[in-house]
Design a binder for this molecule. Structure first.
Ligand code: ZN
Length: 218
């Protein structure tokens, strides 16, 4: 939990700077008050709020996720891998909530930072993990290509990456992870429909929360 709180303290600034429309460069100044961030690394490495915004949610969320993972999984060699993967995971959730985007490079970081050590720890799980990623990626791509289904290509890539990572934990983890994501998303969509507040729903946060539950509930 301490790890989560400490690592999460760095996320508000990075998340805020990356919450930009497709094709735009990272923010050079605060999106709210317009104050410019320092150039170079010091403009990115910063604890606490991004600027004039609230900065408590990411550290608290990451602390809870880290605590849940550590409590359920115990001191297994895979634990540090999952804890580290939670960092790009939470960043993706923040950015998707902010601007409905899942930057490719961050999804790539998540897949590789999680996938390579997991593959080294359990080489016999590589084939099922790749199969899970490929199956989910293909299925999601088919859904995304249907008109009006609201699944973006970012969701397809993140879904495939998470299915790949969950595949190392086994098929039940994949099923619980993705099932939870769709249940969550369905519940939110129904709620918005009932309250007549139709608007696009980011799927990334549901996928990431589902993956977290898939890892711990199975
Ligand atoms: Zn500001």
């Amino acid at each position: 939990m301490l790890f989560g709180a400490a690592a999460g303290a760095f996320l508000p600034r990075i998340g805020h700077r990356l919450t930009v429309p497709f094709g735009s460069p990272a923010r050079a100044e605060c999106g709210r008050c317009g104050r410019p961030f320092p150039a170079g690394v010091s403009g990115w490495i910063h604890t606490g709020p991004a600027c004039c915004t609230d900065g408590h949610l990411p550290p608290v969320t990451l602390a809870l996720v880290a605590g849940l993972l550590a409590a359920v999984l115990g001191p297994v060699p895979q634990l540090p891998v999952h804890l580290l993967a939670a960092i790009p995971g939470l960043l993706l959730a923040m950015i998707d909530l902010g601007c409905l985007r899942l930057p490719d490079r961050l999804v790539g970081v998540l897949a590789l930072a999680g996938g390579i050590p997991l593959a080294l720890l359990a080489p016999d799980r590589i084939v099922p993990a790749l199969t899970a990623g490929l199956l989910v990626g293909t299925a999601y791509l088919a859904i995304a290509l249907l008109p009006g289904r609201g699944l973006g290509l970012g969701d397809v890539k993140l879904g495939a990456a998470l299915a790949f990572l969950l595949g190392f934990a086994g098929w039940p983890a994949v099923a619980v992870g993705l099932g939870t994501a769709h249940l969550l998303n369905g519940a939110i969509a129904t709620w918005l429909l009932v309250t007549r507040r139709a608007r696009p729903i980011p799927f990334g946060p549901a996928l990431l929360l589902g993956a977290c539950l898939g890892l711990t509930a199975v």
